[in-house]
Design a protein around this ligand. Structure first.
Ligand code: SF4
Length: 742
């Protein structure tokens, strides 16, 4: 990391949901013009992973887009164009589709990396300008099952209902399907401190990851069976009389049905399903129940399954039965992955939502948001399709697509099929920072600004709203996403309502969110500049503004505006209280849950098989995930030399027994075949994975693309695809005659 005497701009990393604080110092001699410097911020306390340290590399004109591109009839290639021509071409393409096939023939696809302002603007653009219901975003692939389970159990979805700083203060953490050591390295310190304070760590993961290696107990279930594992643990909790009956009576509902479901999953049955032995199950229960306080944290492992909502629900049931939710230093939380995965799902780019985490199907919510937008409630379309279903419909009844900040050619399940769907569109426009694999397919590509080149807010995995500040002037040919929405709206006949100033958009977002579950109305840019983030819900308190405006015009219209159980506290709580400003809500549910009766809801769940189990033809399980030096589809990180050197390409992680069966040595290419397609990548032979399972990271396109293989089965509630488990066959890649398979 550079040291510099220049006054750095305090901001946040562009990548994951930890949203680490960092400083950006002017450094004209450096490619990209900025140097990352250390900054104290409560979440990461100065630490950054390699992705954050090298993030300024993507600002370089060598790797980023600097001018619009239009595919020409003459060459069939993307050629440089003016902004006027590119915007005209997009407006024409979208208008023609709408005129010929109706508004729902135009799709919009967003991203979990977009700022709150962009996500808000994109949702409004789809509904007000295009009039389409066909909008969703790639956050659906990230944590939507946990969001759905949160809503079912607690009546409200905020990934972590407590700050990360609570983790070291608890007694035991069960970390399910998360490899923090690779996905969010600075967050690992919370687990280290937990153990230094005498707490224990249980990691549930089919692989002995670097995170699992630090655990007091590592449980390695067969992929797709963590629902059964959670039920087995709850069974033992009941059998050993370790439930908190007073808590269950006073703060929950639905226990008897959930209890019955757990009692049907006795330990020996769970051992057969999961591969986790009965003694290991008993040890996990002993560690989890011994302290007064404990937590369960889940990530993509349990969530990216066709039964992800029920799987997370099973872990929440364990937390509730032991009386651990809605108490200090205890509870359940989801470790959201994408940079603005939390905020991105709150403000309207999701198929079924309006800003403030309001439901598009709720008449009162429609009326409130329509009034802010100055349109008739009945003009707003209804809920549309989920992300995979929308992508699968491309070229069918969805003929044109506007895509911002996403790369589904690499990140969608059954990716070869989705690539074909994208190619079959009448018209595709992509706004992005780099020429991603998806942008390469577009008719028009717009080069847009990125994190350090613009100002905007994000909401991290704790529900902490943050201000990312502009630190550098973008290249001359680049414009903001808000400019794109403004210009396209004007070309499509909507002259007002799409400002290009992010603060102006945020002011409108405040009004639109007022009174909703994710109420941002008490948050302003000025507050965010002065405080280290503000946790939502943070309502504006009429008559007690923050000094900039006395109160918002819009009064809360939803009973959930007065969130039950929301404990108002923050570093500035006392100061805020004296000025009448809401301090934000770091900890939720301490007195009541956000359900109608204030009780958390047990949900009866039962184990079921994955959508695709191994058989004679495809006898091995594939699970996918990330590595430390790459981020999501790799569109940005694959352009950073240091990261590429550390993680140059895909691999297939497999156990020595499996490697021996197909005759492949470490480093040799192995072919992985599923019912969706074939991928080839070097073998990485290791004892840290189960012999019946292979792992592939999903950051790369081409022949090593892991998502060529993955299954698009969807969770019935969250509509999240089953990235974490499918059946494959392995073959040694080599001359005919040498091939062996398993
Ligand atoms: Fe950025 Fe996440 Fe790394 Fe922090 S952990 S530096 S937010 S990628």
């Amino acid at each position: 990391m550079h040291s510099t005497t220049a006054s750095p701009t305090p901001t946040h990393c562009p990548y994951c949901a930890l949203q680490c604080g960092m400083g950006l110092a002017q450094d004209p001699g450096r490619d990209g013009g900025l140097a990352v410097v250390e900054r104290e911020f409560p979440v990461n306390r100065g630490a950054l992973c390699g992705k954050g340290r090298t993030a300024t590399e993507v600002l370089s004109s060598r790797v980023r887009l600097t001018e619009p591109l239009i595919r020409t009839h003459a060459t069939g290639r993307l050629e440089p164009a003016t902004w006027e021509a590119a915007l005209d071409r997009i407006a024409e393409g979208l208008s023609r589709t709408r005129a010929e096939h109706g508004p729902d023939a135009v799709g919009v696809f967003g991203g979990g990396g977009l700022t709150n302002e962009k996500a808000y603007g994109l949702g409004k653009f789809a509904r007000v300008v295009l009039g389409t219901s066909q909008i969703d975003y790639n956050g659906r692939f990230c944590m939507s099952s946990a969001a759905a389970a949160h809503q079912r159990a607690f009546g409200l979805d905020r990934g972590l209902p407590f700050p990360l700083e609570d983790i070291p203060r608890t007694g035991c953490v069960i970390l399910v399907g998360s490899n923090l050591a690779e996905t969010m390295p600075p967050a690992l310190r919370y687990l280290t401190e937990l153990r230094e304070n005498g707490g224990t760590l249980i990691v549930v993961d089919p692989r002995r990851t670097r995170t699992a290696a630090q655990a007091d107990l590592h449980l390695a279930p067969r992929p797709g069976t963590d629902l059964a594992l959670a039920l087995g643990l709850l069974h033992l909790v009941v059998a050993q009389g370790r439930t908190d009956e007073a808590y269950i009576r006073e703060r929950t509902s639905g226990w008897e049905e959930a209890r019955a479901g757990a009692m049907a999953h006795w330990p020996e049955l769970v051992e057969r399903i999961t591969g986790v032995s009965v003694p290991e199950l008993r040890e996990a229960v002993r560690l989890f129940c011994a302290p007064d306080d404990a937590m369960v944290l889940t990530a993509r492992g349990p969530e990216q399954q066709a039964k992800g909502t029920d799987t997370v629900g099973a872990w929440i049931n364990l937390v509730l039965a032991t009386g651990r939710a809605g108490r200090p230093h205890s509870g359940y939380g989801c470790l959201t992955g994408q940079g603005n995965g939390q905020g991105g799902r709150e403000h309207g780019q999701k198929a079924d939502q309006l800003p403030g985490y309001r439901k598009l199907s709720d008449p009162a919510a429609r009326a409130h948001v329509a009034e802010v937008w100055g349109v008739a409630p009945e003009s707003l379309p209804g809920p549309g399709r989920s992300a995979y279903e929308l992508l699968d419909a491309l070229g069918g009844d969805v003929k044109s697509l506007l895509l911002m900040g996403s790369n589904p050619v690499v990140s969608a399940p059954r990716a070869a099929h989705i690539e074909r769907r994208l190619r079959s569109l009448d018209f595709l426009a992509v706004a992005d920072v780099v020429l991603s694999e998806t942008a390469e397919l577009a008719d028009v590509v717009l080069p847009v600004t990125q994190w350090a080149e613009e100002t905007g807010t994000t909401t991290n995995l704790e529900g902490r709203v943050l201000l990312r500040r502009q630190a550098i002037t973008p290249p001359a040919g680049v414009r903001t996403d808000l400019f794109v929405l403004h210009e396209l709206a004007a070309r499509l006949g909507v002259e007002k309502g799409f400002p290009t100033d992010p603060e102006e958009v945020f002011e409108e977002l405040r009004r639109a969110s007022a009174g909703g579950p994710a109420d941002y109305s008490g948050i302003t840019y000025r507050r965010l500049a002065e405080e280290e983030g503000v946790f939502w819900p943070c309502p504006a308190e009429p008559g007690h503004g923050d000094g900039e405006d006395a109160a918002l015009d819009a009064a809360p219209d939803d009973p959930s505006a007065e969130l039950p159980g929301a404990e108002a506290e923050s570093a500035s709580a006392s100061a805020s209280a004296s000025t009448g400003v809401h301090p934000g809500t770091p900890r939720l549910f301490l007195d009541r849950f956000a359900t109608e009766d204030g009780r958390a809801r047990f949900v009866p769940v039962t184990h079921r098989a994955a959508a695709e189990e191994p058989d004679a033809e495809f006898p091995v399980l594939l699970t996918t995930g990330r590595v430390v030096a790459q981020y999501q589809s790799g569109a940005q990180t694959r352009r950073v030399a240091e990261l590429n050197a550390a993680a140059p390409g895909p691999f297939v992680e497999l156990h020595p027994q499996l490697a021996a069966r197909i005759g492949v040595a470490d480093g040799e290419d192995v072919t992985v075949v599923s019912r969706r397609g074939t991928a080839v990548a070097p073998a990485k032979v290791t004892r840290s994975i189960r012999p019946d399972t292979v792992f592939m990271p999903f950051h790369w396109a081409g022949e090593g693309r892991a998502n060529t293989l993955t299954h698009p089965a969807l969770d019935p509630v969250s509509r999240m695809p089953e990235f974490k488990v499918c059946a494959v066959r392995l073959e040694r890649t080599g001359p005919p005659g040498l091939a062996k398979s398993a």
